[in-house]
Design a binder for this molecule. Structure first.
Ligand code: UD1
Length: 343
């Protein structure tokens, strides 16, 4: 019988791509999402891509009674991938309690139900933000975590601790945290992708909207960093590569290949790329010009971070496959597709 996976936040950006990969690998998926930052139409798109419509339940995971009722109804879950969370760094500084309340309570409600309803396996969406500005690059899983730069970042660190401690207290449970670097791009069909609400904060959606003429120009936040071209460096990973990392993490748990009950992995490409290099690569890959200007650094940004991915490569047998040009082309194809549909 097909294994059943609960994907919280499954209509979101990374969640929807992961649902596609899970269904393509024969898993049965049930999505829980409160649609606070995503659209129900994503289910149609997933169905178009995979030929299968995932089950869907709309509710808020901070509502403990609803979470319990859900676990009562879905009594054959094999594993959970927990994406559902608030993720805007700036907003988290303005509304810290909302971030702590949403991100911590939903995880705690899920973990309480895992113990109560005997669901053993959890994969959690963590972030490279837990490393802060690391003293050494690239970062390995042994690189110490640092005090978070934002309440959002802190929720990721605290959630990792909640999983570590809960799993340590209950031998039946197993958890894997995936520390994502910067997920970008979209599915090759351009049927699903990132749908930012309002003015995007993140680089790639702002860039593609600029090229599309929705924004006048892209601001490059700082060219005076201690990097080869002065702009900040990140490790940009294709969202489909990232989605595939979740499938292998699930397989590791379901096949008892994990070496400890709680494990965490860096999920990036291993390549550090600057903002100016992103612009160059985008222009090369798409033939489009990116209108941009250099402005001051953005408050709270770190100078550079990129992953050492050897642990994920060796232990999960997973490596990011897409080139940066392919990834940026997919983001552009998605942007042009959204505009076509909106016409
Ligand atoms: C941040 C968070 C990350 C979170 C992600 C998604 C940190 C350290 N990282 O990533 O955990 O998952 O947001 O919300 O908190 N840039 C510009 N112009 C723009 C936008 C961005 O130059 O208009 C630059 C930034 O300065 C940065 C790079 O592009 O150097 C990437 O920025 P962004 O896409 O916002 O992601 P992060 O801040 O790296």
């Amino acid at each position: 019988m097909a294994k059943q996976i609960l994907v919280t936040g499954g209509t979101g950006f990374i969640g929807s791509h992961t649902v596609v990969e899970l269904q393509n690998n024969g898993y049965e998926v049930v999505i829980v999402d409160n649609l606070s930052n995503s659209k129900i139409e994503v289910l149609d798109q997933i169905e178009e891509i995979t030929g299968k419509r995932p089950k869907f339940e709309e509710f808020d995971l901070t509502d403990k009674n609803k979470v319990k009722a859900f676990f009562n109804e879905y009594s054959n879950l094999d594993a959970i991938i927990h994406f559902a969370a608030s993720k805007a760094v700036g907003e988290s500084v303005e509304k810290p309690l909302m971030y702590y309340s949403n991100n911590l309570n939903s995880l705690m409600n899920i973990m309480e139900c895992m113990s109560e309803f005997n669901v053993k396996n959890l994969v959690f969406s963590s972030s490279c933000t837990v490393y802060g500005q690391p003293d050494q690059l690239p970062v390995t899983e042994q690189t110490p975590r640092k005090e978070a730069e934002s309440p959002y970042g802190n929720t990721k660190s605290i959630c990792e601790d909640i999983i570590r401690d809960t799993v340590a207290a209950n031998n039946e449970l197993k958890g894997i945290a995936l520390r994502y670097f910067n997920p970008i791009g979209a599915h090759a069909t351009a049927k699903i992708g990132e749908l930012p609400l309002g003015v995007p904060n993140n680089l790639i959606p702002f860039l593609t909207q600029t090229v599309a003429g929705i924004r006048p120009e892209l601001s490059v936040f700082g060219d005076d960093y201690n990097t080869p071209d002065g702009s900040a460096i990140r490790d940009y990973i294709h969202v489909v590569d990232l989605a595939k990392a979740h499938v292998v993490a699930i397989e590791r748990l379901l096949n008892d290949k994990n070496k400890a009950n709680y494990e965490y992995f860096n999920v990036g490409t291993g390549n550090g790329v600057s903002v100016l290099e992103i612009i160059e690569s985008f222009e090369r890959a798409t033939g489009e010009k990116v209108p941009h200007k250099i402005v001051d650094r953005r408050a709270g940004d770190i100078e550079q971070i990129y992953a050492d991915t050897s642990f994920a490569n060796e232990e999960l047998g997973w490596t990011a496959q897409s080139t940066l040009d392919e990834t940026l082309s997919s983001a552009w194809k998605w942007q042009t597709n959204i505009m076509e549909t909106e016409k």
